[in-house]
Write a protein that binds this ligand. Structure first.
Ligand code: 25A
Ligand code: L14
Length: 344
C-alpha cells in the first residue's frame, strides 16, 4: 500500500494555479504513476514541463477521467460543477480549488494543519478553501487553541494572481498603458488596478459585503467548526502580482502578550514567525513567493483592549492558497489510506 503509485489529473493545468500544481507534485515527489494535464480546447497539444520531461495537454471531458485516481481541479467554478461528479463516478477522488462545492455539508473543506480529520468523511469531492481564508485560519487555529477565539476582523491586500493568469496579465498591461498614456484596461478587475487599490473582490451582495468577504466568513466558520464565530472582512485588490497579505485583529478569551502569541504561532505547523520590529523584520509578498509556509509578523497587543491582538499574515496565494494546499490534501489522503470513493 505504501509503495502504491497514483494516476493524477490536473484540470486547468495551463492556468496560474494548475502549473503550480504540477510543480508541487514534482517537488514533493508525489507517488505518481502517470500525470494527465487537462484544459480547454485552445490549449490541447501544448506541452507542460513535468519531472524532467513533458506532459501533453488533453481536452477536459467526462471520458478523460477513466483510470484517474486523484483529480486536482482549478479551472473555475463552472467546470467544477460540470465535471467533478463525473470524475467521481469514474472512480477519482476530486480535490477542487473552486468555490463550487465548499459549503456543501457533504464536502470536507480542509486545511491539513487545521482540520485534517475532516478528510475521513469524504464522499469523493474535497474542497480547497479560498486562498485568503487558508492563510488566515492557520494563525486563528493556533491562537484559538491556546487563548480561545471570540471574534475576527480582517482586511486583505490580495494580489492580481488571485484572478488567475488573466489577472496578472491585466496588471502588467495596466502598468504599460500608464507609461504610454493609454487608457488602463479593466476587464478582469472591476476598475484599473495599476497604481491603485480596489475595495472590491467578487460581486456585491445585498448586505453591502462582497462575495469574497462572505466566503471568508462562511469558510472560516466551517473549517474551525465555529458556526457562530463573529467575523467581518474587507477584501482589497492591490497591485501586487503574487502573494496575499492580511491585517488581522482577534479578540481572545484570555489575554495574550505579543511574546506569548509569538511563541504559540512559532510552534504551529506551517507558520513561520517573522517579527523583529526593531530590525524591520516582517513578511512582505516578495519574501513568500515560492514558499509553502504562511508568514506572520507585526504581532501587537491592542492599545486599549486587553485580550485583543493585531497581526500581519502573508502567504503565496498560488501555493498555500491553492496548489500546495491541494497537493498537501492529496498527501494526507494517501497517508490516511483514503484515496478511494466510498460506494453507495
Ligand atoms: O470565473 P471562473 O470560471 O470561476 O474562473 C476563474 C479563474 O480563476 C482562476 C483560473 O484562471 C480560473 O479560470 N483561478 C481559479 N481558482 C484560482 C485561485 N485559487 C484561480 N486563480 C488563482 N487562484 P487561470 O487563467 O489561471 O486558469 C484557468 C485554467 O482553466 C482552464 N480552463 C478554462 N476554461 C476551460 C478550462 N479547462 C477546461 N475547459 C474549459 N472550458 C484554462 O485552460 C486554465 O488552465 P485554457 O486551455 O483555457 O488555457 C488558459 C491559458 O491561456 C491563457 N489565457 C487566459 N485567458 C485567455 C487566454 N488565452 C487566450 N484567450 C483568453 N481569453 C492563459 O495564459 C492560460 O495559461
Ligand atoms: O474563491 O480573486 O478561491 O483573489 C480565489 C481568488 C475567489 C477570488 C476563490 C481572488 C477565489 C480570489
Amino acid at each position: 500500500m505504501t509503495d502504491r503509485r497514483w494516476t493524477v489529473a490536473v484540470v486547468g493545468a495551463t492556468g496560474a494555479v494548475g502549473r503550480e500544481m504540477l510543480r508541487m507534485l514534482e517537488e514533493r515527489s508525489f507517488p505518481v504513476s502517470r500525470v494527465r494535464a487537462l484544459a480547454s480546447p485552445r490549449s490541447v497539444g501544448r506541452r507542460l514541463p513535468f519531472a524532467g520531461g513533458e506532459v501533453e495537454v488533453e481536452v477536459l471531458s467526462e471520458a478523460a477521467f477513466e483510470g484517474v485516481d486523484i483529480a486536482l481541479f482549478s479551472a473555475g467554478g463552472a467546470r467544477s460543477l460540470e465535471f467533478a461528479r463525473s470524475a467521481v463516478q469514474a472512480g477519482a477522488v476530486v480535490i477542487d480549488n473552486s468555490s463550487a462545492w465548499r459549503m456543501d455539508p457533504e464536502v470536507p473543506l480542509v486545511v491539513p494543519e487545521v482540520n485534517e480529520d475532516a478528510l475521513d468523511a469524504h464522499r469523493g469531492i474535497i474542497a480547497n478553501p479560498n486562498c485568503s481564508t487558508i492563510q488566515m485560519v492557520l494563525p486563528l487555529k493556533a491562537l484559538g487553541d491556546a487563548f480561545g477565539l471570540r471574534r475576527v476582523i480582517v482586511s486583505t491586500y490580495q494580489s492580481a494572481s488571485g484572478a488567475g493568469q488573466g489577472g496578472i496579465d491585466e496588471l502588467f498591461a495596466g502598468v504599460e498603458a500608464h507609461r504610454s498614456g493609454e487608457a488602463l484596461p479593466s476587464e478582469v478587475f472591476a476598475r484599473p488596478l495599476a497604481f491603485d487599490c480596489l475595495p472590491q473582490i467578487g460581486d456585491f451582495l445585498d448586505t453591502g459585503y462582497t462575495s469574497e468577504e462572505q466566503k471568508m466568513l462562511e469558510e472560516t466558520r466551517k473549517i474551525l467548526s465555529m458556526p457562530e464565530l463573529p467575523s467581518s472582512a474587507t477584501c482589497v485588490r492591490v497591485p501586487v502580482a503574487r502573494g496575499h497579505l492580511e491585517s488581522v485583529t482577534v479578540d481572545l478569551e484570555r489575554r495574550a502578550t505579543a511574546a506569548e502569541a509569538r511563541e504559540v504561532l512559532s510552534s504551529f505547523p506551517g507558520i513561520v514567525v517573522m517579527d523583529r520590529p526593531g530590525e524591520m523584520v516582517y513578511p512582505v509578498a516578495r519574501d513568500c513567493v515560492g514558499r509553502t509556509e504562511t508568514f506572520v509578523g507585526r504581532i501587537r497587543e491592542d492599545n486599549a483592549l486587553p485580550g485583543t491582538l493585531h497581526f500581519w499574515v502573508v502567504s503565496d496565494n498560488l501555493l498555500k492558497g491553492a496548489a500546495w494546499n491541494a497537493v498537501q490534501i492529496a498527501e494526507s489522503l494517501v497517508a490516511r489510506d483514503r484515496v478511494s470513493v466510498p460506494r453507495g
